[in-house]
Design a protein around this ligand. Structure first.
Ligand code: LLP
Length: 432
């Protein structure tokens, strides 16, 4: 299909990534120029897009008692954490490493919650010493551990218990976390006993209750079901004499990868607040931990076509990004839109599997995509701002990609491409 050079078309769900005629732009910069300047594979983020989604959340909250805690696991690059910290966000971390990152980014520890199903003594101690807002505890055994570490550290531990509400978030099975057979949280039926135990442990201070049912959730219903179960429990637990200061309702709001129509942050927050009101709980302090919906559609992964090849059955575009750079397709069979940085006229368009050079048949980035390609072309994989770089590995001894933040017509390198020396650092050759 011929492209008009004057046509400007935003890509669905990507307000700051647009096609100007044949040229794919990130804010005011052509993607192909960024690839030429910084090399590929390259993660590129739009600052305006991140700020817009952060603002959409803040506007949705308004003056209601809802505090935003960005889930660092979605994208933990320092510059992005700094951006959100400056906008007043707190953070949800799940490891000592993520805690160190948010502190390095200038976060206020009293706005940091520490989640995760297997915190070590050292991680708990670091969180207590930093003065985090709350530790979300996932099991009875972890309660004992936390009490012991808080005792030896001399810092009482602020605690929420993560409840497993047994709600189906209707998302990919690998990213549902609130079903009873998932490893997460404390079963609802054990919750009262767990709070009773908390009250007996001298170094714990009960603050709240926590729930997180999954990720890439595209409907409100499962959230309301989970909230109802939490509120039932809150009622019982407070009747037992425990005062709960906040409800942490987790993250999980989906984004548009293809044709999904997830609720907006405002629809999500309004629905939660309305249900709280309806149940006479509108005064409760609520924490939310969104990750993907803050950064997901603010980023693209740029890669270059290395080789075009055809088997008897298929056409392959082998690119210089791979499953180690973007794991979601290999891990979840996730679909992410793929766009040429510079569109051709379509005369030689074919159905390609876009694959990486890693030695696994699971190493694909997109299947059966109609593209008009030549070797050397640059492709953009969209919706790569969340769970892209954060999940990258060095498999096949591939250095991790560089990251760039675009702000209008400026591009800043926010993470250097890893070097081969980086990869060999810390390894010791055989002594004899
Ligand atoms: N809070 C907790 C306790 C979580 O476990 C998660 C995500 C979040 C918040 C943030 O959820 P979000 O708003 O980003 O959906 N790698 C997968 C997603 C894993 C999500 C794990 N937990 C993917 O690429 O789809």
């Amino acid at each position: 299909m011929p492209h008009s050079p004057h046509l400007s078309e935003t890509l669905p769900g990507h307000p700051h990534i647009a096609r100007h005629g044949a040229t794919l732009m990130v804010e005011s910069l052509p993607a192909a120029e960024l690839a030429a300047r910084f090399g590929t594979p390259l993660y590129v983020y739009s600052r305006a897009a991140i700020e817009a989604s952060a603002r959409a959340y803040a506007d949705a909250v308004g003056d209601r008692p809802v505090a935003l805690r960005y889930a660092v696991k979605a994208n933990s690059s320092l510059a992005i954490l700094q951006l959100l910290s400056r906008l007043g966000w707190g953070f949800d971390v799940v490891s000592g490493g993520e805690l160190a990152r948010v502190l390095a980014a200038g976060a206020d520890a009293s706005q940091v919650v520490f989640s995760g199903v297997g915190k070590t003594d050292a991680e708990i101690e670091a969180a207590l010493r930093a003065g985090v807002q709350c530790i979300n505890v996932e099991s009875l055994s972890e309660l004992q551990r936390l009490n012991r570490v808080a005792g030896s550290t001399g810092v009482p531990a602020p605690v929420s218990l993560r409840i497993n509400p047994d709600v189906d978030p209707r998302t990919h099975p690998y990213i549902s976390t609130g079903l009873r057979n998932n490893k997460f949280g404390i079963a609802q039926s054990q919750a009262r006993q767990a709070y009773a135990q908390c009250m007996q442990l001298p170094h714990l201070r009960v603050l709240g209750i926590d729930v997180h049912i999954g990720s890439q959730i595209t409907e409100i219903g499962p959230y309301l079901d989970a909230l109802d179960r939490v509120l039932d429990l809150v009622h019982d637990i407070e009747r037992d004499g425990v005062r709960l200061h906040h409800l942490d309702l987790g993250g999980g709001l989906g984004i548009r990868y293809a044709d999904e129509t997830p609720p907006s942050p405002a629809q999500w927050i309004d629905a939660l607040c309305e249900r709280l009101q309806a149940r006479g709980q509108g005064h409760r302090q609520v924490l939310l931990e969104p990750g993907r919906s803050v950064v997901g559609n603010a980023g693209v992964l740029l890669c270059e076509v290395v080789t075009l090849k055809s088997s008897l059955e298929k056409h392959f575009a082998v690119v210089d990004a791979a499953m180690n750079d973007l794991m979601r397709p290999a891990l979840y069979e996730a679909w992410q839109r793929i766009e040429p940085a510079q569109a051709r006229d379509g005369a030689q368009a074919m159905h390609y599997d876009v694959v990486g050079p890693v030695c696994e048949s699971g190493d694909w980035l997109g299947r059966d995509r109609q593209l008009d390609l030549r070797e050397g072309d640059v492709l953009a994989i969209l919706s790569a701002g969340a769970y892209g770089m954060a999940m990258a590995s060095n498999y096949n001894t591939r250095p991790r990609a560089a990251e760039v933040l675009v702000d209008g017509g400026k591009a800043q390198l926010i993470r250097e491409r890893e070097s081969l020396q980086d990869l060999l650092r810390g390894e010791h050759p055989l002594q004899d």
